[in-house]
Write a protein that binds this ligand. Structure first.
Ligand SMILES: Cc1ncc(COP(=O)(O)O)c(C=O)c1O
Length: 512
């Protein structure tokens, strides 16, 4: 396996490999300062329509809303529920002229993080997680932990709806979640739908296009089966063809990825499918270039964003992607059963909703909005509202801080691992190509056995990374991880690489 590594580089600038604690700490001060102006320019937000400022609130209005508010995002504890129940109006009061308050979520629970993004800052951020004692959790790429403000919001809404099922739709709150998501990805709220998973969002798009027999879709070879599966189902009916773009595990530049897609395009290509970040080895795909390539050929770009959203910024307007689907359970830290779906406005009358839809605005004769793609029927409201809390938590930590931290931790890991004899990186080191996911293999050791040894001997959780060219492990480093955790992993890898044949065999899973 080609073991290509560059000098230790991260978004933060040069970080020397070796002792992750010292190097991440040294990088932190320069990270935010250096990254901020460039990133701010890159992600200068397109103005997102915001709800009109509410008019001055009358005392009567305030008192009539207080019961609903105590049942809302800011509610805490049984006392408030009891108080609310005592005041509970039979019907929700009508809003005053000028509309309801702008933000029904108003999350009192979101912490504020101030000061430079140094180790003290990250300790404070980490204190909002309850990651079980002693666990070095480096598998965020499968399921992220949920920070307490998000967890509490989900629990509170579960209690609220259990105890007071008066309003089963909660559209005001869900609208507020859509607005938060729209601002988070620089889209318009009517380009956003709340879904339950990445897979759902990918299938809504794949199933909604007016396919003709013989149409082609180009899918990268490092895509997850959620993406390929959505199109495999269409191979039989209506008879489309899947063309695979062979993406190298270790391209030298983002241009190699774009070139692989370009080689696979034909006049029959309708869609390119790419991950923002590959689940196999964390390879970052150049979304703006792929969107431009698709559009030059009259095709659309559909993106699987679940290994990126919440770790790297995604700017829908700047990249020009047509469709982006993500779950919230990984890097966004929103918990299970959550998803985000973006579809460019101009495409919304081309993509037919998967299910008969219930978009009240459209039913009243208004234009389509992405709400038409949301599931029909009941919602998991606590999970959906938890997405809003997760976005608030991310904003409190700061997008630029998160990206810099993810890149700094990932860079230390890659540099440290590359220096261990017998370890091959399966992830390129260049910052344009990698961030929070690092895959690697140890000569003479099966990935499953390395995972087993790390878990049982060291309490370190990672996942496998299997590919036709490699059988390794995949390590995820999110902002709540610590340099000390990375040092522990590197020490364990050094031990294993010295004597891989002595590794105990992991119990193999039998046929299901
Ligand atoms: C790249 C990628 N796409 C899709 C999925 C499936 O996500 P979901 O469970 O949100 O549908 C995963 C999950 O591991 C993934 O890594």
């Amino acid at each position: 396996m080609n073991n290509r590594t560059s000098p230790a580089t991260t978004a933060a600038g040069a970080i020397t490999a070796g002792n992750a604690i010292a190097t991440v700490a040294a990088a932190a001060a320069t990270t935010t300062a250096a990254a901020a102006p460039a990133a701010a320019r890159r992600h200068a937000p397109r103005p997102v329509p915001q709800p009109a400022k509410p008019p001055a609130v009358s005392r009567r209005w305030f008192l009539s809303r207080s019961a609903a508010a105590t049942l809302g995002f800011a509610a805490a504890g049984a006392g408030t529920l009891a108080a609310a129940a005592a005041e509970k109006p039979a019907r929700p009061p009508s809003p005053p002229p000028g509309g309801p308050p702008a933000d029904p979520l108003a999350p009192a629970a979101t912490p504020k993080f101030d000061g430079p993004a140094d180790e003290a800052f990250w300790r404070e951020v980490r204190s909002h997680f309850n990651i079980v004692g002693g666990l070095v959790f480096l598998n965020n790429g499968t399921l992220g932990p949920v920070p307490r403000p998000v967890r509490d919001t989900r629990a509170r809404w579960d209690a609220t709806l259990s105890d007071n099922p008066r309003d089963s739709f909660r559209q005001r709150e869900l609208d507020a979640v859509r607005r938060r998501l729209a601002a988070f990805v620089n889209a318009s709220p009517d380009e956003i739908a709340i879904t339950r998973s990445t897979t759902e969002g990918l299938n809504i798009f794949a199933r909604g296009l007016d396919w003709r027999p013989g149409d082609e879709v180009v899918i990268g070879s490092l895509e997850h089966f959620s993406a390929t599966g959505a199109y495999q189902a269409l191979e039989k009916r209506p008879g489309i063809k899947i063309v695979t773009a062979e993406i190298p595990l270790l391209p030298a530049s983002p241009g190699e990825i774009t070139a692989a897609y370009a080689r696979a395009i034909t006049p029959r290509t309708r869609v390119l499918v790419a991950s923002h970040v590959s689940y196999v080895n964390g390879l970052i795909h150049p979304l703006a270039e792929l969107a431009a390539l698709a559009h030059r050929h009259g095709a659309l770009l559909s993106v699987d964003g679940v290994q990126a959203l919440g770790a790297l910024p995604f700017d829908a307007a700047a990249t020009g992607v047509d469709h982006y689907a993500s779950g919230g359970q990984k890097w966004l830290l929103a918990g299970t059963g959550t998803g985000v779906f973006f579809l460019r406005k101009e495409l919304q009358d081309q993509i037919i909703p998967l299910m008969g839809h219930h978009n009240p605005g459209e039913r009243r004769g208004g234009p389509p909005s992405a709400r038409r793609y949301e599931q029909n029927g009941q919602y998991n409201i606590p999970a959906a509202i938890g997405i809003g809390a997760a976005v608030d938590f991310q904003n409190a930590v700061g997008k630029q801080n998160i990206e810099a931290r993810v890149r700094a931790l990932g860079g230390c890991l890659r540099d440290g691992a590359a220096a261990i004899p017998g370890v091959s990186l399966l992830t390129p080191a260049a910052p344009a190509l990698s961030a929070g996911i690092t895959s690697l293999a140890i000569a003479g050791a099966a990935g499953a056995d390395v995972i087993y040894a790390l878990q049982t001997r060291e309490g370190i959780t990672v996942r496998g990374s299997r590919h036709k060219d490699a059988d390794g492990i995949r390590v995820s480093t999110h902002f709540y991880n610590t340099p000390a955790g990375i040092d522990r992993l590197l020490a364990a890898l050094r031990d294993i690489a010295k004597n891989p044949s002595s590794l105990p065999k992991a119990p193999r899973r039998g046929p299901a």
